[in-house]
Ligand binder design. Structure first.
Ligand code: SAH
Length: 346
């Protein structure tokens, strides 16, 4: 059976036409799906026999809330969603003064292997579908009752390892007959999959590209990010300059500060040298302690920030939200998996 919500509006219109329906049915169905209906019977302006036919020919994804944690500190809400096949993914709703932002996952697990990241510990299980990505935005909004204005693709998974799906998701969530979230309100984060960066540059979308840099030198980066052995940081900087030339859009560089590994002044100097000619923004992230990882949070964040600023680089320190609810990527899913394992082993 085909997955109806993953279809674009033209595809839906064609599918309904092929069922002998008039052209306007496509938009009716699209609008219902993007309102987050959980059954075909809720599509009350469709004839009953058409609803039955849709039921027999298409699947309709409805994620279940497997767990929900609300931070008492700042109202951050973390969702663990159970998908149709029993796999679980996470989304986090963060409440900023500029609007509510949802951080969504792009894959079940991740195969990129970053040494400090909880999402990749058990590898990748599968890619998400466009509908499963859209559902995270839709059902986070419905369940929380809070209107979502911004999306960041910074949850579990590597968006550029599932880029066709991500692009389709962007088309869906951006659609005026759907959630209508503007590209300028969307960020996509990559660990540095260079062909994906080139592809995005050619598309010229108005979204914000985030690059998880974490080290400006090849030796350090290869130690903490295996992707660097396939796509070296020198080529990554080149791809970023190329992206800026083509799109005119400022890139945001994510930099998790790790004690003694990537927090030295010479590394700040090197970042500045490599970003010359491009208005980059460096976002320093206090490392989240992941039980499985040997790395510790750096104590040099302020000094590193100052050093970057002395070179004229804009550097901010990410405010940590939801510290009381395991709100960083992959932590809640890991916890649920561990508890399930313990349960199975008695
Ligand atoms: N795969 C994409 C998006 C998901 S990760 C990417 O790598 O960009 C979202 C961000 O959180 C990335 O910058 C990632 O490197 C960072 N991150 C992962 N584990 C972290 C940790 N323990 N502490 C701080 N940041 C972490």
């Amino acid at each position: 059976m085909r997955d109806l919500k993953s279809m674009t509006l033209p595809e839906m219109t064609n599918a309904l036409k092929a069922m002998g329906q008039p052209a306007f049915r496509g938009k009716q169905v699209f609008t219902w799906l993007h309102k987050g209906v959980t059954s075909f019977d809720e599509m009350t302006n469709l004839p009953k026999d058409l609803r039955d036919k849709l039921k027999s020919e298409f699947t309709l994804t409805v994620p279940k809330v497997a767990r929900k944690q609300v931070s008492r500190q700042d109202g951050t809400i973390k969702y663990l969603w159970e998908l149709a096949d029993g796999n679980c993914i996470e989304s986090v709703l963060m409440r900023y003064h500029h609007g509510n932002t949802v951080c969504i996952s792009s894959q079940v697990g991740c195969r990129m292997g970053c040494a400090f990241c909880a999402s990749t510990v058990a590898g990748k299980v599968r890619d998400l579908t466009p509908a499963e990505m859209l559902d995270q935005v839709l059902f986070t909004q419905l369940d929380s009752g809070l209107e979502i204005s911004n999306i960041v693709l910074m949850g579990i998974g590597e968006p550029m390892d599932n880029l066709d799906t991500v692009l389709r998701f962007l088309e869906l969530v951006n659609h005026p007959d759907g959630m209508n979230i503007g590209m300028r309100h969307i960020s996509l984060s990559t660990c540095g999959v260079i062909p994906g960066i080139h592809r995005l540059a050619d598309l010229g979308l108005q979204l914000t590209l985030s690059v998880s840099l974490h080290a400006p030198d090849s030796e350090t980066r290869s130690k903490i990010m295996p992707v660097n052995r396939a796509y070296d940081v020198e080529e990554l900087f080149d791809a970023c300059h190329d992206y800026f030339k083509k799109t005119g859009r400022r890139i945001s560089f994510e930099y998790a500060m790790i004690d003694g590994i990537n927090d030295q002044d010479w590394q700040a100097d090197l970042i500045a040298a490599k970003l010359k000619g491009m208005p980059g923004h460096v976002n320093l992230i206090p490392l989240n302690d992941v039980v499985e990882s040997p790395f510790k949070p750096s104590k040099r964040i302020a000094a590193f920030q100052k050093r970057l600023e002395s070179h004229g680089i804009t550097a901010t320190v990410r405010r940590s939200l939801g510290g009381d609810i395991d709100a960083s990527c992959g932590q809640l899913r890991r916890k649920a998996m561990e508890e399930a394992e313990k349960g199975e082993n008695g």
